[in-house]
Write a protein that binds this ligand. Structure first.
Ligand SMILES: [Zn+2]
Length: 292
């Protein structure tokens, strides 16, 4: 019995030493934390992702929780909104619930001039798909993800921009149903310069095209050329005409080149009037001799 008591005492001593060490580690350095909340309660979230201090909201007379500082509003249609605020009383986070299920959420920040800017949003679109959007520092969408109600991904787009104010320079569209990845490169005018398709499962190349454009002295596009690998596949020529409503662009000529081996170099030229009607179509061999 004496031995048993001594053994227990030693075990307790060891435990207390271990706990003491663990306690010291937990104390320093102090982890940063902030309140997180949903419609039913709040908790602390630490920078390492750990959560603690779960509790119910304690709302004051203006529906602001005295512990975490969020505001809760119950609307006539049954939707409950919760809003979190920064020091300037600007909304930094909104979540909207219906029947306990989250239906939309928005994370916001504020520019130096006080204008609001989205960082993140999540909404249900009219097709019933959940759409999650992430934004860059200019407020432009950089990633859009679409999910079925069960969480299965439907499709996703990732965007890149050439400069802080410009339009997009690149887009990667992943279609989880077609199991294909489509990549688009854009020039400064917003026109495609490349289009490439890959298989989603293996990442292997399926097909691809590159594009070149020609402009007149007034900066109007007069020709678009499409290449497959290094071969010219098609040329589209644009014409312009003016009427009482202004200047209009139309496709005046289309040339399609055969790039497959057996009749490589053969091409067909189709010309159109400004109403889009075909006015001629001729086929040529690789030496420019008319065929048929
Ligand atoms: Zn609270």
């Amino acid at each position: 019995m004496k031995n048993f008591i001594r053994t227990v005492f030693i075990i307790l001593l060891v435990l207390s030493v271990l706990c003491g060490c663990a306690g010291k580690e937990a104390e320093s350095p102090a982890l940063e934390w902030k309140w997180e909340a949903d419609h039913s309660g709040h908790w602390k979230i630490y920078e390492n992702g750990e959560k603690s201090d779960f509790g119910e909201h304690d709302f004051n007379e203006i529906s602001v929780c005295t512990v975490c500082g969020i505001e809760s509003i119950e609307w006539n249609n049954g939707i409950i909104s919760i809003n979190a605020f920064d020091e300037e009383k600007n909304v930094t986070f909104s979540k909207n619930y219906k029947n306990g299920e989250i239906i939309s959420e928005y994370e916001k920040t504020y520019n130096e001039d006080g204008t609001e800017r989205l960082i993140y949003s999540s909404e249900i679109n009219p097709d019933g798909l959940k759409m999650i959007t992430e934004y860059d520092e200019s407020g432009r969408s950089v990633k859009e993800q679409f999910f079925y109600p069960d969480g299965t991904p439907h499709h996703e787009s990732v965007y890149e921009y050439a400069n802080p104010d410009g339009g997009k320079s690149f887009e990667r569209y992943t279609d989880y149903e077609e199991k294909r990845i489509f990549e688009y490169g854009y020039d400064e005018k917003g026109d495609w310069i490349s289009y490439t398709v890959y298989r989603l499962d293996t990442g292997s190349f399926v097909s691809g095209q590159t594009f070149e454009y020609e402009y007149d002295s007034e900066g109007r596009k007069i020709c678009q050329r499409t290449f497959e690998k290094d071969d010219l596949r098609e040329e589209i020529f644009f014409g312009y005409y003016e009427d009482a409503e202004g200047i209009h662009c139309y496709r005046s000529k289309y040339i399609y080149y055969i790039i497959e081996d057996f009749i490589k170099g053969h091409y067909t030229v189709t010309e159109y009037n400004k109403d889009g009607e075909e006015i001629s179509r001729e086929s040529y061999d690789s030496l420019g001799n008319k065929i048929g």
